[in-house]
Write a new protein. Structure first.
Lengths: 520, 429, 382
C-alpha cells in the first residue's frame, strides 16, 4: 500500500541491516516467492505478515541459507551475500528460530545449543565451558534455562528460550523467528517480546513472522506484508495502520471470523465424561490427564483451552481410544470407556486429529483411499470382508464436491494437495460419516484463510444440526469465537470454565498459565 | 480386544527395589554370580564358571560385540543397519584372503576394509538415494555371501588346503597376553604367581566363580580381542566426548536440527556407516583369526545376534557389551569339551536366574513380564531335569534361544535414536 | 498405456544394465571374458527344456517371495521365512508319509500341516512382538536358527525313515496319493511335447492361484486395505481403528503359512524328492526376501522377479565348463537386486515430484476464494 510507504522518523536514519531484492524461489509446481522485497533496519523489530502459504517461511529460509533463491539478491549491512548453507548465514551473524522446534528431545539443552560450534578441541568436547557460556548468556538476556536438562522435560516456553539461546550462542545479531507466538499464551507473548526488546537495545535486529495482526501492531517497529509470494505492502510505522487495513493487504479482503451466531445448545447430553484419567507413560511420571469431567450437549461446541503440553492432546487421544484411560465416557448414554477406537467410531465419534499429516491422512494414498480412512469397515466402503472400490470412489467424489476440496481428481495422492485442501478432505470425511460427537484438535492449523473460513462454516453448520463438538485449539480467537463454553486445562486438570462471550484472549491466557484460578 | 496399550502396564508399577542406579548394577552382578555359583554347585559342573569357559566366552563374545557396536554407531547416526551381517561376511572373506597372503594383522585390516566397503555401498543406497534401510540391509545380506563365494572360488580353489568354502589358512598367528601376578603371566621370562587360578581351584561359593571369570578375562588374550575391547571404550568416548560424536548422534536424533546448524547429515551418516561397516568387518576378521581360516557361513547370523545385543543394551555401549558377554557365553559353551553337560548346567542357571527375575518382576507388579519369565523359567527347569543329554543339534541353538529370551525378558522401555531409519534429505523438517 | 509400461520397466532395465556391468567388471578382474560368459549363458537357456527348468525353479521362489511380501506390505519384516519353511517341510513331509488318505484329501492334508507349522512358527515372533515388544526382525531371525537346529534334531531323533537303514537322514517317501502329477500330459494334449527328460511340475497352478489370491487380498479386501494402510502410516492406521497388534498377529501368521508352502513343490510334485532329506534346498527363504524386494511386493512383479532369478540360476549352471565360476550368477543376482532397489526409489521420488507438480498445475488457476462477506474484522471478539 503506497500511502503507508512514506518514511517515518527515527527508523529511516538508522542503517539497513538486511535488504532482500526481487527474491524468486520456485519449488516443483509452485512459485513460493515471486519477486519479494524486504528492507530491515538495524536494531528494529520487523514483522513479516501474510496468511498461511503466502511464502513467509520460504523467504526466511532463503535469508538463512537453508535453500538458495532462483533469482534475487541478499544484502547484509550493505554487502552482497550468497549463502550456500546456514553455516554462511551464521557466519554473517544471522540466526533463525524455526516454527517447528529444531531440538533433539533426547539430548540435553547444552548439547542442543553447542551443536556445530562445540567448545573444546576436535578430540575433546568441553562440556563445562558449554554450561558456563550458556548460563552467562541466559543471565545477560534474561533467558535462564538449566543446561543439563533434557529437552523432552521442557515446556514450550523453555524450548523457545533454548532456541533463542542457540542463536545467541552463535553470536547472531540478526534473529529470524518463524511464528514464535503460535503456541504461546498472551502473557508469554509479552514476555517474549520484552526479551526481544532487550536484545534490540543491545544492538540486535529481529525479524519475526506472524499472522496475528494485533500482536504485530503492538510489538513491531515495521511491517512487511506478503501475499501469494509477492510483497504487497511495506509499513515503516505501524501506528499509521489498523489491523483492518493490514488484513486487507494480507488476503485482499477482510479476515474471516470464527464467531458463532445464535446459540443452538440443547439440554440433551451427547457426551458425558466423568473422572477421566490418563495414566503416565513412564512409571513415576505425572498423569497427563487427571480426573476430567464435563458434558457436551447436542448443538454445543465445548472448547478446551490450554498451553500445549497440559493434557489436551492426551485427552483427545483417549476420547478416541488411542490412549488407555480410566473413568467413564458416555456417548448418548452408552459407556464407551472400554471400547476400541473402531468401536468408538461406530458409536458415533468423529475425529479430526491434531496433525493431519501424521495420522489424519495417508499422504501416499489417493484421495479416494483416504476417503475411507477410519470408516473403511462400514458402508459404502466395505461389503462384508470386501473393500468396495465403487462405493468408496463415489463417496470420495461427494466429499470433494460438498467440502470444496480443490483437486484435479480423486485419483491423485494426498500429498499433492495443499494443507487447506488436505484438511477440508479430513473434515469432510468425518462429517460425511454423520457423527454424534466430533473430537476436533486444531482443525484449522496451518491452513489458508479460505479453507479456514470453509472449515469454520462446516463446524457451525454441524453444530446447528445438533452435533456435539469437543474443540481443542491453540488459536485463542478460534476457541473464543466458536465455543459455547470454554474449559481451561492446566497440568492435566480442568481448572476453570469461562464464558466465551465475555472473556478476552488475555484473560483466557492468564487462566491457561495458572496466573488466575478458580472462577467457574 | 480393547484399545488398552502398553502404558497401562506402567501405571501400576512399583519403583525399583534399589533406587541408586550404581548400586542396582552392583546388586545385579552379585545376584548373577550367586545364581551361576548355585547352578555350578548343584549341577556339579565346575566348567560352568571355569576360567577356560569364560576365556572362550570372551573370544566368542567379541565378534558379537563388534557387530553390536557396529549396529550401535550406525543407528546413532540414523541408519538402521540390518546389513551388518553381510558386512561381517565381507569381513570374513577379506580377512581369509589377506590372512592367507599376508598374515594375521593384515587379516584384521582386510576384514575392516571389506566390511567398510559393504557399509559404504549400503550408505549410497540409504543416505544418497533414500532407500528403505531394512530393504537395503536385506539386499546387502543377500549379496555379501554371493560376493564371498565368487571371491573364494577365484582365490582359494586349486590352492593347497583351499576350496570354495574355505581359505587355505592364515599364515602365522597373532600372539596373546596373560596378566602377570593375577593370572600367572610371564614377566621377562619369569613365571609369576597365578592368584585368580588359586581362588578358582578352591571351589568356594561365589569367590571361585568370580575368580574364574577374572582369570578367563586375563589369560591368553589375543591382541585382536584386546583391540576390540578397547574399541568399546574408544567408541563410547567418540560418541559422547567429541564434537564429531555429538554431530553424529544428532543425525540420528534430529537430522533437521543438525542441518539447520550447518552440520552435514549425509556426511555424518556416511561416516556412521563407514565405521559401522568397519566394525562389522572386524568382527568377521576376528572369527577368521579364531578359526585360523575363512570358512563359508562362518558368520552364522552373528550380525543379527549383534543387533539383538544392541537392542538388549538399549543402544548404549555398556549394555551392548553386557549383551555380547551373555550371548558370547552361550555360544562359547557350545565349543567346550562337553557342551551337552554344560548346556544342561546352563539350563539350571537359566531356570534359577529367570525365577529370581520373575519374582522381582512380580514385586514390580509387571504381570505380563513376570508371567512370561516364569514360563521360561519353568521350561528351563523342565529341560534341566528331562534332557540329561542334550542333542548336539539342540546345543547349536543355545545362543539363539538365549538371545531371544534375553530380548524378551529385557528392558521394555527402550529408547532408540528418535529419527533412525528415516531417509533424510535437505529441506525436510 | 505404452507410457505406463515404460515407467514400470525403466527402473528394472537400468538395474539390469548396472548388474551386467558390475558382473562384467568382476569377471574381467578375475581374468575371464565377460562376452564368453554371457554368450554361454544365453546358449544355456535357449531351449524348451531350459525354459521348463526355469519355470520349475521359479515356482518355489515365487511362493517364497509372496510369503515375505505379505509382511513387507505393512513394513513387517519376516526375515525368518527360511526357518518357517524348513520346519514346515520337515513336519509336513513326515506327517504326509505317515497317514494314508484318498488322493486329493492327502495333498490338502499336507498343505494344512505345512501351513499350520509355518504360520505357528512365525506366530511366535508375532506374540513376542505384541506382548513383549520384541523387534520382529530379531525375533524371526533367531527363530530361524532355532528352527534349523530343531529340524535337524527332529529329523535325526524322530522323523527319520528307519527303513533305509537309518544311514541317510530323510523322511519316508510320500505315497502316491500325496503327489501332484506333472503338467506335461495337459500340454501333450494340445500338441506340445517337452520330451522325455523334463517335466513341468504340477505345482505351477498352485503358485498361480496363490498369486491371484494375494492380488485379491491386497486390492479387493478390507484386510488388504488395512494392511497397506498399516504399512504406509501406522499412526493413521491406529487412528482409523485398526488394531495394530491384531494386524501383526494375523499378518505374520499368514506370511508364515505361505512360507510353509515353499518346500511343498519338492515334497509333493518333484520326483527327485517326494521327501525331506539332506539334499532338500535350505536357503529358499532368504532368496525369497530378494525376490520380494525385486518384485516390489506386487503379485505380478514378484512373479517377474522369480523368473529373472531362476533364469540367472539356470543360465549359469554350465559356466564351469568354460572355467568361469558359476558363482558369477550370485554377483549378477545381487548387483541386480541392489541396483533395482535404488532405481525403484529414484523413480518413485521422480514420479512423486511429477505428480505434485501436475496436481499443483491443475489447481493453480482456481485458488481458494476470499472469505465470506459477512465476516467481521479481526479483533471483533476481543
Amino acid at each position: 500500500m503506497s500511502d503507508t510507504g512514506g518514511a517515518s522518523t527515527g527508523t529511516a536514519s538508522t542503517p539497513i541491516a538486511i535488504q532482500l531484492t526481487d527474491i524468486v524461489k520456485r519449488f516443483p509446481g509452485v512459485v513460493a516467492n515471486d519477486g519479494v522485497n524486504l528492507t530491515v533496519r538495524q536494531g528494529s523489530v520487523h514483522a513479516i505478515v501474510g496468511e498461511n502459504g503466502a511464502g513467509k517461511s520460504t523467504l526466511m529460509k532463503t535469508l538463512y541459507g537453508a535453500h538458495q533463491p532462483n533469482e534475487g539478491t541478499i544484502t547484509v549491512k550493505g554487502e552482497n551475500r550468497v549463502f550456500s548453507s546456514p553455516k554462511d548465514a551464521i557466519a554473517d551473524g544471522i540466526g533463525m528460530v524455526f516454527q517447528a522446534f529444531m531440538l533433539a528431545a533426547n539430548l540435553t539443552v547444552w548439547e542442543n545449543i553447542v551443536l556445530g560450534q562445540e567448545p573444546g578441541t576436535k578430540l575433546s568436547l568441553n562440556a563445562n565451558e558449554a554450561r558456563t557460556r550458556i548460563r552467562d548468556l541466559g543471565e545477560r538476556y534474561g533467558l535462564q534455562v538449566d543446561p543439563d536438562a533434557l529437552i523432552s522435560d521442557l515446556g514450550v516456553g523453555e524450548k523457545q528460550r533454548v532456541e533463542i539461546l542457540k542463536v545467541l550462542y552463535r553470536g547472531a545479531e540478526i534473529l529470524i523467528l518463524d511464528e514464535p507466538t503460535a503456541v504461546l499464551v498472551p502473557q508469554e507473548v509479552d514476555a517474549l517480546f520484552a526479551s526481544l526488546r532487550e536484545l534490540t537495545e543491545q544492538g540486535a535486529t529481529i525479524i519475526f513472522i506472524s499472522h496475528k495482526l494485533d500482536e504485530v501492531l503492538k510489538h513491531a517497529d515495521a511491517i512487511t506484508v506478503i501475499r501469494q509470494g509477492k510483497t504487497v505492502g511495506e509499513v515503516p510505522d505501524p501506528s499509521t495502520v489498523t489491523s483492518h487495513e493490514l488484513a486487507e493487504m494480507m488476503v485482499g479482503s477482510e479476515l474471516p471470523t470464527p464467531e458463532t451466531r445464535e446459540s443452538t445448545v440443547t439440554d440433551q447430553a451427547v457426551l458425558e465424561l466423568s473422572g477421566l484419567t490418563v495414566g503416565a507413560a513412564d512409571p513415576g511420571g505425572r498423569d497427563p490427564v487427571r480426573n476430567v469431567s464435563f458434558t457436551v450437549h447436542r448443538g454445543e461446541i465445548v472448547g478446551i483451552a490450554g498451553v500445549e503440553g497440559n493434557g489436551q492432546s492426551e485427552l483427545v487421544r483417549s476420547l478416541v481410544g488411542l490412549l488407555p484411560s480410566t473413568g467413564t465416557v458416555l456417548v448418548d448414554g452408552r459407556d464407551i470407556a472400554q471400547l476400541s477406537t473402531r468401536e468408538r467410531r461406530d458409536a458415533g465419534i468423529g475425529y479430526i486429529s491434531e496433525d493431519r499429516q501424521k495420522d489424519g491422512l495417508v499422504l501416499g494414498f489417493t484421495l479416494w483411499e483416504n476417503a475411507a480412512l477410519g470408516h473403511q469397515h462400514r458402508r459404502p466402503f466395505a461389503k462384508g470382508p470386501w473393500f468396495d472400490l465403487g462405493g468408496t470412489k463415489d463417496r470420495a467424489e461427494v466429499i470433494i464436491d460438498e467440502f470444496d476440496v480443490r483437486t484435479p481428481s480423486i485419483n491423485v495422492p494426498a500429498f499433492t494437495l495443499s494443507g487447506g485442501n488436505q484438511q477440508k478432505l479430513v473434515v469432510g470425511r468425518e462429517m460425511t460419516a454423520e457423527p454424534k460427537v466430533l473430537v476436533a484438535a486444531h482443525p484449522t492449523r496451518g491452513v489458508d484463510v479460505g479453507a479456514q473460513s470453509v472449515i469454520w462454516d462446516i463446524l457451525r453448520d454441524a453444530r446447528a444440526a445438533g452435533l456435539g463438538t469437543v474443540l481443542v485449539s491453540a488459536d485463542l480467537e478460534e476457541l473464543i469465537g466458536l465455543s459455547d463454553r470454554l474449559l481451561v486445562m492446566l497440568r492435566g486438570e480442568i481448572v476453570a470454565e469461562v464464558d466465551p462471550s465475555t472473556v478476552t484472549p488475555a484473560e483466557l491466557g492468564s487462566y491457561m498459565t495458572g496466573a488466575t484460578t478458580g472462577v467457574h | 480386544m480393547s484399545a488398552t496399550m502398553d502404558a497401562t502396564v506402567a501405571k501400576t508399577e512399583r519403583p525399583p527395589l534399589i533406587s541408586s542406579q550404581r548400586w542396582r548394577l552392583v546388586a545385579l552382578v552379585m545376584v548373577g554370580v550367586a545364581v551361576m555359583s548355585t547352578a555350578r554347585i548343584i549341577s556339579d559342573n565346575s566348567d560352568l564358571t571355569s576360567s577356560g569357559t569364560f576365556g572362550v566366552a570372551l573370544r566368542t563374545a567379541v565378534p558379537i560385540g563388534l557387530a553390536g557396536l557396529s549396529g550401535l554407531i550406525a543407528e546413532r547416526s540414523g541408519t538402521i543397519n540390518i546389513g551388518l551381517d553381510g558386512m561381517m561376511v565381507m569381513g570374513t572373506i577379506f580377512a581369509g584372503w589377506w590372512g592367507w597372503e599376508y598374515g594375521p594383522w593384515m587379516a584384521l585390516l582386510g576384514g575392516i576394509i571389506g566390511g567398510m566397503m559393504g557399509g559404504l555401498v549400503m550408505s549410497v543406497a540409504t543416505t544418497t538415494f533414500g532407500v528403505n534401510h531394512i530393504v537395503a540391509g536385506v539386499a546387502i545380506n543377500l549379496i555379501a555371501p554371493g560376493i564371498a563365494r565368487f571371491m573364494a572360488s577365484e582365490l582359494f580353489v586349486g590352492v593347497q588346503g583351499g576350496s570354495v568354502t574355505s581359505s587355505p589358512g592364515n599364515s602365522g598367528s597373532m600372539g596373546s597376553f596373560t596378566m602377570p601376578f593375577l593370572s600367572g603371566g610371564e614377566l621377562f621370562g619369569w613365571q609369576t604367581p597365578d592368584i585368580f587360578g588359586w581362588f578358582e581351584d578352591t571351589g568356594w561359593f561365589m569367590i571361585a566363580d568370580a575368580a574364574g571369570f577374572m582369570k578367563g578375562m586375563t589369560t591368553d588374550i589375543t591382541w585382536d580381542v584386546m583391540l576390540a575391547v578397547g574399541l568399546f571404550f574408544g567408541m563410547a568416548y567418540f560418541l559422547w566426548h567429541t564434537p564429531l560424536g555429538l554431530r553424529l548422534r544428532f543425525s540420528g536424533e534430529r537430522p533437521s536440527a543438525a542441518d539447520s546448524l550447518g552440520v552435514s547429515v549425509h556426511k555424518m551418516r556416511y561416516l556412521g556407516m563407514a565405521i559401522s561397516g568397519g566394525l562389522a568387518g572386524m568382527g568377521g576378521a576376528v572369527l577368521v583369526l579364531f578359526a585360523n581360516r575363512y570358512q563359508e557361513n562362518q558368520v552364522a547370523g552373528r550380525g543379527f545376534l549383534g543387533l539383538a545385543t544392541m537392542i538388549f543394551g538399549n543402544w548404549m555401549p555398556a549394555g551392548t557389551a553386557a549383551g555380547a558377554g551373555l550371548f558370547g557365553y552361550a555360544s562359547g559353551i557350545t565349543l567346550r569339551t562337553n557342551p551337552e553337560d554344560l548346556v544342561n548346567a546352563l539350563f539350571l542357571a537359566a531356570a534359577i536366574g529367570l525365577a529370581v527375575t520373575a519374582m522381582y518382576m512380580a514385586y514390580r507388579r509387571s504381570a505380563s513380564g513376570a508371567g512370561t519369565v516364569l514360563v521360561f523359567s519353568l521350561l528351563a527347569f523342565w529341560a534341566y531335569f528331562a534332557v540329561k543329554e542334550p542333542n548336539n543339534q539342540l546345543v547349536f541353538v543355545t545362543p539363539y534361544v538365549v538371545t531371544l529370551i534375553a530380548v524378551t525378558v529385557g528392558a521394555q522401555r527402550l529408547r532408540p535414536p528418535a529419527e533412525e531409519g528415516i531417509p533424510w534429505f535437505k529441506g525436510m523438517q | 498405456m505404452f507410457e505406463r509400461i515404460w515407467r514400470a520397466a525403466i527402473a528394472p532395465l537400468v538395474a539390469a544394465a548396472a548388474a551386467i556391468l558390475i558382473s562384467s567388471i568382476a569377471l574381467l578382474i578375475s581374468g575371464n571374458n565377460p562376452v564368453d560368459a554371457f554368450v554361454e549363458m544365453w546358449k544355456t537357456i535357449d531351449s524348451t527344456a531350459a525354459v521348463i527348468d526355469i519355470i520349475n525353479t521359479a515356482v518355489p521362489l515365487y511362493i517364497s517371495g509372496i510369503a515375505v511380501a505379505i509382511g513387507f506390505k505393512m513394513n513387517l519384516f519376516n526375515i525368518g521365512s527360511n526357518g518357517q519353511y524348513i520346519l514346515a517341510a520337515l513336519v509336513a513331509g513326515w506327517a504326509g508319509a505317515e497317514v494314508s488318505l484318498p488322493p486329493v484329501l492327502h495333498v490338502l492334508f499336507v498343505f494344512a500341516v505345512a501351513m499350520t507349522v509355518g504360520g505357528s512358527w512365525a506366530l511366535i515372533a508375532a506374540v513376542l512382538n505384541v506382548t513383549r515388544n520384541v523387534n520382529v526382525v530379531v525375533a524371526t531371525i533367531m527363530l530361524n536358527y532355532i528352527a534349523v537346529g530343531l529340524s535337524a534334531f527332529l529329523l535325526s531323533e524322530y522323523f527319520r525313515d528307519s527303513e533305509n537303514g537309518g544311514l541317510v537322514a530323510q523322511t519316508k517317501v510320500m505315497p502316491e496319493s500325496a503327489r501332484i502329477p506333472p503338467l506335461d500330459p495337459i500340454f501333450e494334449f494340445f500338441g506340445f511335447d517337452f520330451g522325455e527328460r523334463v517335466d513341468l511340475l504340477g505345482f505351477l497352478p498352485v503358485a498361480i492361484a496363490l498369486g491371484v489370491a494375494y492380488y485379491v487380498l491386497l486390492n479387493r479386501s478390507l484386510f488388504g486395505y488395512e494392511l497397506k494402510l498399516s504399512g504406509m502410516n501406522a499412526d493413521a492406521a491406529q487412528s482409523a481403528g485398526v488394531n495394530p497388534k491384531r494386524m501383526v498377529l494375523i499378518t505374520l501368521f499368514m506370511s508364515g503359512a505361505v512360507a510353509g508352502m515353499i518346500g511343498l513343490p519338492f515334497l509333493l510334485a518333484d520326483s527327485d524328492f517326494y521327501k525331506y532329506g539332506d539334499a532338500f534346498p535350505v536357503t529358499l527363504g532368504f532368496t525369497g526376501l530378494g525376490i520380494a524386494l525385486l518384485g516390489r511386493n506386487s503379485p505380478v512383479g514378484v512373479a517377474a522377479a522369480a523368473i529373472v532369478w531362476a533364469t540367472i540360476e539356470v543360465a549359469t549352471r554350465r559356466l564351469g565348463s568354460l572355467g568361469i565360476p558359476p558363482e558369477i550368477g550370485k554377483i549378477l543376482q545381487g548387483s541386480f537386486l541392489l541396483a533395482a532397489v535404488i532405481a525403484y526409489e529414484v523413480v518413485r521420488r521422480r514420479n512423486d515430484a511429477a505428480a505434485a507438480e501436475a496436481a499443483a498445475a491443475a489447481t493453480r488457476e482456481e485458488r481458494t476464494p476470499p472469505p465470506t462477506p459477512e465476516a467481521a474484522p479481526i479483533g471483533a471478539t476481543s
